[in-house]
Write a protein that binds this ligand. Structure first.
Ligand code: DGJ
Length: 746
């Protein structure tokens, strides 16, 4: 890997074996984008790649030149209000009201490895040799505002991590009206835009549409990254699919308001912007003050969407997630939420835990309702001490009892929230996000604590740290159940109110950082009413997230499939729950619920005592199975094979790094009669090896005998998946919501 500055001293070529990223200083001093894509050869000069055009109705930079207009130039970090009429990456507001700026090249430096971003989550290196970072220093002379553009290229993979930081070197106060993490001008618009959107209980469905002249965007202005849209989009060539073709991913490592936008201009160039949503954002920079944007990660591939996803999986699993749990398989847990909701006693919890233990479950997690006056939604949030009526022995006593059973103990918190009916709110009514002259709206009868106030974060930290240091707590589920409204902080002056959303999320990150570093062995799972904050920012602190409140196996196929475009299997919280399912009222076989939940962190969200003895025996087999295969599933290479959005069958698989083991999940939503023959082409195997193939997680009567197949056969001809539904199902084994796991061993 090398970062090359060419002889003219104004062009930078970042490259590794897979990609090239080339940029240049333009004649007016601003930075121009020349190329991002598959690796091309190093040349002395790339100036021929710079296209300028004399076009009617253009505004031009140089007095004697009709061709040099920023409107027609592909740029690295576009500004507002000069000759470019597209959406800018940055807007600077001066004291005199001007919103113009012109950031020109001043200097550059190359750092080995990758610098961290203060107070913000970011990808990292473990050795300096893993990556190099190019820092381009720009200056807006009129205001004295310095901008640094950071580009990290890794030794391996089509990855470029980008961010921008600003330092006011002038003498007057300035305001950033927007400051995107990434601006990427692509030379054409022959792309399909894929966003990952939905709502509560149906998060991250991929939605595809062709780019057209104009703007297409997704974003969040809710204060959290949201259920509705994810801070991740893909541009893919129309001919690209899961297995081949060109695509670029754009992912923002951030958990607050965001905007992801593609703007196609009249000449069919495409500008991608990704960063903090400019709506409601304004950041004051007094002289010598600085601002760092969150980090954006671009991934280029010419080998299809599975390859793009695998690059993100590996990066986010190994160089975004941190700490003790990063490389460890996750404990099989049981969570009492769907088993009891708020209605529990210590005895009841122990009963649930005991049964779970006897079925092979490793950890018991106590969800909402254990603290303060929290016997329903209306009270208690903010009072993080155990409710003695429900838990006479406190959290310490309960945790001990769970540990005595031979299980680990986990606990639910919702640290960012407060109910009006709580001691915390009665003591500090000014600690909520609310405007002084307007009525605050509630969500689930709760207010959002103003985490831009250090004293509020400190207070919550003390309460949580006390419990964690007194009781044997091995896991925390960190929930967040409402979005921000009336965004205003009583602690900030009028001209800093545009900072509240971002300062809030910095406060969340600060609390996470303090707790994870003081309690490094505690496993954190983030959650926001299910998947309302499933983003890379959270993964930096919590290596897993509750994927969705929807635990129905069929719905989960879609949610987990969509989530897998960016996020690794090891990050997806997934549990088996009761039937009829609490969200869908649907009945699915127990094996299908497990076969879906295996492709995640795996656990149970029910009281196993309510299952029949036969079902409990099945659960024992499931937990034993997951213990044997979780390393392969959670850390193997994941392939999407068949999409639940395209047909009745869903399939995916995980392959071990050495290609000696694989496991295929096959799911059929509705049964059919006298069905056609079916085969499933597998991926990622060694074509030369022979594999023993057998089924598990299957109706016993349906279980096939072991057979032997070569990798090339399985990947080209496919695995035969035809079953009894193809003829007369005399054994009555096929049903709706059927599923199978195929195990492969070389
Ligand atoms: C929302 C979460 O997604 C659920 O799993 C559960 O923890 C509830 N909150 C508790 O209030």
């Amino acid at each position: 890997m090398e970062i090359i500055r060419n002889r003219q001293g104004n062009t930078f070529h970042l490259c590794n074996d897979e990609i090239s990223y080339i940029m240049t200083v333009l004649p007016n001093g601003q930075m121009g984008q020349l190329y991002f894509g598959k690796r091309i050869r190093e040349r002395e000069d790339y100036s021929h790649l710079l296209e300028t055009a004399s076009r009617p109705m253009s505004s031009c930079v140089f007095d004697t030149d009709k061709k040099f207009s920023m409107e027609h130039i592909k740029q690295e970090y576009a500004v507002f209000g000069t000759t470019d009429y597209r959406t800018p990456a940055v807007e600077v507001i001066q004291k005199n009201g001007s919103r113009l700026s012109e950031f020109c090249f001043q200097n550059y430096r190359i750092e080995s490895g990758k610098p961290g971003l203060p107070g913000l989550p970011a990808v990292y290196t473990e050795a300096d040799s893993e990556a190099e970072t190019l820092v381009i220093e720009l200056m807006d002379k009129t205001t004295g505002l310095q901008a640094e553009l950071l580009y990290t290229i890794f030794e391996k993979g089509g990855i470029i991590a980008r961010s921008a930081r600003f330092l006011n070197k002038g003498t007057e106060d300035l305001f950033l009206g927007s400051a995107m993490s990434l601006c990427m001008d692509l030379p054409d618009c022959e792309y399909e835009w894929i966003q990952f959107s939905g709502a509560w209980a149906r998060e991250r469905y991929p939605k595809v549409r062709r780019l057209e002249q104009g703007i297409q965007s997704v974003g969040s202005m809710r204060g959290n990254s949201s259920h509705n849209h994810n801070p991740f989009v893909i541009l893919k060539r129309p001919s690209a699919d899961e297995f081949q073709g060109e695509a670029i991913g754009f992912s923002l490592i951030y958990s607050g308001n965001f905007l992801a936008q593609a703007e196609v201009d009249a000449y069919h160039t495409t500008r991608v912007l990704l960063g903090i949503h400019p709506a409601g954002f304004q950041w004051k920079l007094e002289p010598e003050e600085s601002f760092q944007t969150p980090e954006a990660v671009m991934v280029y591939t010419d080998q299809g969407l599975n390859h793009l996803s695998q690059t993100y999986h590996k990066l986010y699993q190994k160089r975004l997630a941190r700490g003790y749990w990063r490389d460890r398989t996750r404990p099989i847990l049981i969570n009492n939420w769907e088993a009891t909701y708020f209605n529990f006693t210590e005895e009841k919890l122990i009963e649930i835990a005991k049964k779970a233990k006897s079925c092979g479950v490793e950890m018991f997690v106590l969800d909402d309702g254990w603290f303060g006056a929290r016997s329903l939604e209306r009270a208690g949030l903010g009072d993080w001490t155990a409710n003695p009526d429900r838990l006479p022995n406190g959290i310490t006593g309960l945790a001990e009892k769970i540990e005595d059973l031979g299980m680990k103990f986990g606990l639910w918190f919702e640290p960012e929230m407060v109910n009006p009916d709580s001691d915390l709110y009665r003591q500090h009514p000014d600690w909520i996000i609310a405007a002084p002259d307007r009525k605050p709206s509630h969500g689930r009868f709760q207010y959002v604590l103003d985490f831009s106030r250090k004293e509020a974060v400190d207070h919550i930290y003390e309460m949580m740290a006390k419990i964690l240091s007194e009781a044997k707590v091995s896991y925390i589920k960190w929930d967040m159940n409402r979005s921000i409204t009336e965004c205003y902080s009583g602690a900030l002056p009028a001209d800093r109110q545009g900072e509240v959303y971002h300062r809030y999320i910095l406060g969340v990150y600060d609390l996470y950082e303090r707790l994870t570093s003081r309690f490094p062995h505690v496993l954190f799972e983030s959650c926001a009413s299910g998947g309302g904050r499933f983003d890379p920012g959270m993964l930096y602190y919590a290596p897993q997230a509750w994927t969705s409140d929807d635990t129905d196996a069929v719905e989960r196929l879609k949610i987990q499939f969509g989530t897998s475009y960016c996020y690794p299997v090891s990050s997806m919280g997934s549990h088996v729950s009761v039937t009829p399912n609490h969200q869908l009222n649907r009945n699915t076989p127990l094996r299908t619920r497990a076969n879906t939940a295996y492709f995640g962190t795996f656990g149970y969200e029910l009281d196993l005592n309510v299952l029949t003895e036969e079902e409990q025996e099945e659960v024992k087999v499931q937990t034993a199975f997951m213990k044997e295969y979780r390393n392969l599933i959670q850390f193997g290479t994941f392939y999407r094979l068949k999409s639940p959005f395209e047909g009745n069958i869903t399939a995916w698989m995980a392959v071990s790094e050495d290609q000696t083991e694989a496991i295929v999940g096959w799911y059929r939503v509705l049964n059919g009669v006298n069905m056609p023959y079916t085969r499933l082409r597998l991926e990622g195997l060694d074509p030369e090896r022979s594999y023993h193939v057998w089924t598990a997680g299957t109706d016993k009567k349906e279980a096939s005998k072991e057979s032997v197949h070569y990798g090339d056969e399985l990947m080209n001809l496919g695995l035969i998946t035809t079953d009894a539904s193809c003829g007369e199902d005399v054994d009555r084994v096929c049903c709706d919501f059927n599923s199978r796991l195929y195990l492969l061993k070389a």
